[in-house]
Design a protein around this ligand. Structure first.
Ligand SMILES: [Fe+2]
Ligand SMILES: [Fe+2]
Length: 164
Protein backbone atom coordinates (compact mmCIF):
# COMPACT_ATOMS: atom_id res chain seq x y z
CA UNK A 1 0.00 0.00 0.00
CA UNK A 2 1.40 3.47 -0.89
CA UNK A 3 2.26 5.78 2.02
CA UNK A 4 -0.11 8.64 2.85
CA UNK A 5 0.96 11.71 0.94
CA UNK A 6 -0.99 14.93 0.59
CA UNK A 7 1.06 15.71 -2.53
CA UNK A 8 -0.15 12.51 -4.16
CA UNK A 9 -3.79 13.34 -3.37
CA UNK A 10 -3.32 16.88 -4.68
CA UNK A 11 -1.82 15.51 -7.89
CA UNK A 12 -4.58 12.92 -8.37
CA UNK A 13 -7.19 15.68 -7.98
CA UNK A 14 -5.30 17.97 -10.38
CA UNK A 15 -5.03 15.21 -12.99
CA UNK A 16 -8.74 14.41 -12.67
CA UNK A 17 -9.81 18.06 -13.02
CA UNK A 18 -11.17 18.88 -16.48
CA UNK A 19 -11.33 22.65 -16.14
CA UNK A 20 -8.99 25.57 -15.55
CA UNK A 21 -6.98 24.91 -12.39
CA UNK A 22 -6.75 28.67 -11.91
CA UNK A 23 -10.53 29.09 -12.03
CA UNK A 24 -13.01 29.70 -9.22
CA UNK A 25 -13.29 25.98 -8.44
CA UNK A 26 -9.60 25.27 -8.97
CA UNK A 27 -6.50 24.66 -6.90
CA UNK A 28 -6.35 27.94 -4.97
CA UNK A 29 -9.93 27.31 -3.79
CA UNK A 30 -8.99 23.78 -2.67
CA UNK A 31 -6.02 25.18 -0.76
CA UNK A 32 -8.13 27.79 1.04
CA UNK A 33 -10.74 25.13 1.89
CA UNK A 34 -7.85 23.12 3.33
CA UNK A 35 -6.61 26.06 5.42
CA UNK A 36 -10.14 26.85 6.59
CA UNK A 37 -10.60 23.20 7.52
CA UNK A 38 -7.36 22.97 9.48
CA UNK A 39 -8.35 26.05 11.43
CA UNK A 40 -11.79 24.62 12.28
CA UNK A 41 -10.21 21.30 13.27
CA UNK A 42 -8.10 23.07 15.87
CA UNK A 43 -11.31 24.04 17.64
CA UNK A 44 -13.65 21.09 17.20
CA UNK A 45 -13.47 17.31 17.36
CA UNK A 46 -13.40 16.73 13.61
CA UNK A 47 -11.30 14.26 11.64
CA UNK A 48 -8.71 16.53 10.02
CA UNK A 49 -7.64 13.83 7.54
CA UNK A 50 -11.19 13.61 6.19
CA UNK A 51 -11.36 17.40 5.99
CA UNK A 52 -8.01 17.47 4.15
CA UNK A 53 -9.12 14.85 1.62
CA UNK A 54 -12.43 16.68 1.15
CA UNK A 55 -10.63 19.96 0.43
CA UNK A 56 -8.81 18.54 -2.60
CA UNK A 57 -11.48 16.15 -3.86
CA UNK A 58 -14.86 17.84 -3.41
CA UNK A 59 -14.73 19.97 -6.59
CA UNK A 60 -12.24 18.02 -8.70
CA UNK A 61 -14.94 16.32 -10.79
CA UNK A 62 -16.79 19.46 -11.82
CA UNK A 63 -17.47 19.77 -15.53
CA UNK A 64 -18.23 23.49 -15.53
CA UNK A 65 -18.37 26.41 -13.10
CA UNK A 66 -22.17 26.76 -13.22
CA UNK A 67 -24.76 24.52 -11.55
CA UNK A 68 -23.38 20.98 -11.62
CA UNK A 69 -25.44 19.04 -9.07
CA UNK A 70 -23.74 15.73 -9.85
CA UNK A 71 -20.21 16.90 -9.06
CA UNK A 72 -20.51 15.92 -5.38
CA UNK A 73 -21.56 12.32 -6.14
CA UNK A 74 -18.85 12.21 -8.85
CA UNK A 75 -16.26 13.31 -6.28
CA UNK A 76 -17.47 10.56 -3.93
CA UNK A 77 -17.07 8.02 -6.75
CA UNK A 78 -13.58 9.33 -7.57
CA UNK A 79 -12.66 8.98 -3.87
CA UNK A 80 -13.66 5.31 -4.10
CA UNK A 81 -11.41 4.89 -7.14
CA UNK A 82 -8.39 6.31 -5.33
CA UNK A 83 -9.27 4.98 -1.89
CA UNK A 84 -5.93 3.20 -1.41
CA UNK A 85 -4.18 6.59 -1.42
CA UNK A 86 -6.47 8.16 1.19
CA UNK A 87 -5.61 5.91 4.13
CA UNK A 88 -8.96 6.38 5.86
CA UNK A 89 -10.62 3.68 7.92
CA UNK A 90 -14.14 2.60 6.94
CA UNK A 91 -15.87 5.09 9.23
CA UNK A 92 -13.73 8.03 8.13
CA UNK A 93 -14.12 7.06 4.48
CA UNK A 94 -17.91 6.95 4.88
CA UNK A 95 -17.81 10.48 6.33
CA UNK A 96 -15.79 11.62 3.32
CA UNK A 97 -18.35 9.99 1.01
CA UNK A 98 -21.23 11.79 2.74
CA UNK A 99 -19.36 15.10 2.82
CA UNK A 100 -18.52 14.97 -0.89
CA UNK A 101 -21.95 13.77 -1.98
CA UNK A 102 -23.95 16.37 -0.09
CA UNK A 103 -21.65 19.38 -0.08
CA UNK A 104 -23.59 21.58 -2.46
CA UNK A 105 -27.12 21.08 -1.27
CA UNK A 106 -27.17 23.97 1.19
CA UNK A 107 -27.61 21.63 4.14
CA UNK A 108 -25.90 21.77 7.52
CA UNK A 109 -24.72 18.78 9.55
CA UNK A 110 -24.52 17.88 13.24
CA UNK A 111 -21.57 15.64 12.54
CA UNK A 112 -18.46 17.74 13.34
CA UNK A 113 -16.37 16.24 10.53
CA UNK A 114 -19.01 16.71 7.83
CA UNK A 115 -19.82 20.14 9.26
CA UNK A 116 -16.15 21.15 9.14
CA UNK A 117 -15.91 20.01 5.49
CA UNK A 118 -18.97 21.97 4.39
CA UNK A 119 -18.09 25.05 6.44
CA UNK A 120 -14.53 25.10 5.03
CA UNK A 121 -15.99 25.23 1.53
CA UNK A 122 -18.69 27.81 2.29
CA UNK A 123 -16.24 30.08 4.09
CA UNK A 124 -14.60 30.57 0.68
CA UNK A 125 -17.67 32.00 -1.04
CA UNK A 126 -16.17 35.48 -1.07
CA UNK A 127 -14.22 34.49 -4.21
CA UNK A 128 -17.51 34.69 -6.13
CA UNK A 129 -18.58 37.88 -4.30
CA UNK A 130 -20.93 36.10 -1.88
CA UNK A 131 -20.78 36.85 1.84
CA UNK A 132 -21.00 33.58 3.74
CA UNK A 133 -24.17 33.48 5.81
CA UNK A 134 -23.93 31.84 9.25
CA UNK A 135 -27.33 30.32 8.45
CA UNK A 136 -25.58 27.91 6.09
CA UNK A 137 -22.79 27.00 8.49
CA UNK A 138 -22.75 23.91 10.69
CA UNK A 139 -20.12 24.67 13.33
CA UNK A 140 -20.19 27.42 15.94
CA UNK A 141 -16.52 28.20 15.37
CA UNK A 142 -17.10 28.96 11.67
CA UNK A 143 -19.93 31.35 12.57
CA UNK A 144 -17.63 33.56 14.68
CA UNK A 145 -17.32 37.06 13.27
CA UNK A 146 -13.51 36.90 13.38
CA UNK A 147 -13.50 33.64 11.41
CA UNK A 148 -16.02 34.87 8.83
CA UNK A 149 -13.96 38.04 8.30
CA UNK A 150 -10.64 36.18 8.10
CA UNK A 151 -12.00 33.68 5.57
CA UNK A 152 -13.77 36.36 3.53
CA UNK A 153 -10.62 38.45 3.16
CA UNK A 154 -8.56 35.47 2.03
CA UNK A 155 -11.28 34.42 -0.39
CA UNK A 156 -10.96 37.89 -1.96
CA UNK A 157 -7.19 37.54 -2.31
CA UNK A 158 -6.35 39.69 0.72
CA UNK A 159 -3.70 38.36 3.07
CA UNK A 160 -5.18 37.86 6.52
CA UNK A 161 -4.12 36.23 9.76
CA UNK A 162 -6.19 34.81 12.56
CA UNK A 163 -5.21 33.99 16.14
CA UNK A 164 -6.07 30.76 17.89
FE1 LIG B 1 -18.61 21.98 -5.01
FE1 LIG C 1 -15.81 24.09 -3.33
Amino acid sequence: MPKYSLKVIQNLARERFRMNLNGIHGFAHWQRVHENGLYLCRHIEADSRVVECFAYLHDCCRVWDGPDPAHGPRAAKFAREIREFLHLDDHAFELLQLACRGHERGKTSDNPTIGACWDSDRLDLGRVAIKTSPKYLSTEIAKRKSVLEWAHKRSRGIDAKIKG
